[in-house]
Design a protein around this ligand. Structure first.
Ligand SMILES: Nc1ncnc2c1ncn2[C@@H]1O[C@H](COP(=O)(O)OP(=O)(O)OP(=O)(O)O)[C@@H](O)[C@H]1O
Length: 267
């Protein structure tokens, strides 16, 4: 992905698998958000291919329009800053996420206004699904409160539930643990683990909090200056000299020295 003369992401290739949590990490400016923006259709990569395999269907994401990436391919995302509809209730936020199927069931409004049975059924199903997610994230008692009134950690989990209400196959989370206290962070980890176990979704997250990354991810991809420098299990990534050097801000020529120091410490 180029921005004028700047190559923000260069020849990066990795897989994200269903039923796994993949963390995308790297120092500031490494290109993580740019990768997210390419996957979710905010940017069209200058060169390259993003393939999503879903059952026997295959989607080339860079060729789809933004709304098709969420609706047809099944990719959902959250942002670094919370983007709930603060004035809407907690429940309404989850219904908005189901707007597309509801609009279809309402025959683009007409059947909805006339309360056709098909629409009433779809509406009930949407409310049931929303309530199911509120049970899962422990917010059913706050269903009718404005979303903006929730504590920060609850808002983060509500955002994830909202993304899940679109029935995604890939859930992209941009720094979900940012600003959370340890107890909120533990609740977030539990939610992500349950999504991995119960929903068969591929979770891709950008995260700076290494305790979250090491605790919940199955697979870690590390970027530095727009290039992929490591791709493997948390244990492998933690010991990789290139990763340690990137995080310590070590120059390229000093990487060998860091490698030697790590080997000496290990022996
Ligand atoms: N729209 C844009 N126009 C020009 N340059 C951009 C644009 N978006 C990102 N960049 C540049 O691309 C590089 C990668 O930025 P990106 O935001 O993807 O990094 P990041 O790893 O997400 O960083 P952070 O951890 O700070 O969020 C940076 O040099 C950034 O300045």
């Amino acid at each position: 992905m180029r921005f004028g003369g700047l190559v923000a992401v260069n020849a990066v290739s990795f897989d994200v698998r269903r039923g796994e949590i993949t963390a995308l990490i790297g120092p500031n400016g490494a290109g993580k958000t740019t990768v997210f923006n390419c996957i979710t259709g905010f940017y069209k990569p200058t060169v390259g291919r993003l393939t999503l395999n879903r059952g026997d269907q295959s989607f080339l994401l860079e060729r789809l329009r933004d709304h098709e990436i969420s609706r047809r391919a099944g990719i959902a995302r959250t942002f670094q800053n919370i983007r709930l509809f603060g004035g809407m209730t907690v429940l309404e936020n989850l219904l908005v996420a189901q707007h597309a199927p509801l609009m279809k069931a309402s025959g683009m409004t007409v059947l909805g206004v006339l309360r056709f049975p098909g629409f009433a059924k779809a509406e009930r199903a949407a409310i049931e699904k929303a309530k199911g997610w509120l049970e899962r994230i422990g917010l059913i008692d706050r269903a009718d409160d404005p979303a903006a009134d929730l504590p920060y950690g609850d808002q983060r989990r509500l955002e994830i539930a909202r993304a899940m209400c679109t029935d995604p196959v890939v859930l992209c989370l941009d720094e979900p643990a940012a600003g959370l206290n340890p107890s909120e962070s533990a609740d977030l980890n539990a939610l992500l683990r349950s999504i991995r176990a119960e929903d068969g979704v591929a979770v891709l997250l950008i995260e700076h909090d290494m305790s979250v990354v090491m605790e919940i991810s199955d697979h870690v991809v590390v970027l530095d200056y727009g290039r992929l420098i490591c791709d493997g299990t948390p244990a492998l990534v933690r010991e990789d000299p290139k990763v340690i050097a990137a995080y310590l801000g070590v120059d390229d020529e000093e990487v060998e020295q860091v490698e030697r120091e790590i080997e000496e410490r290990a022996s």
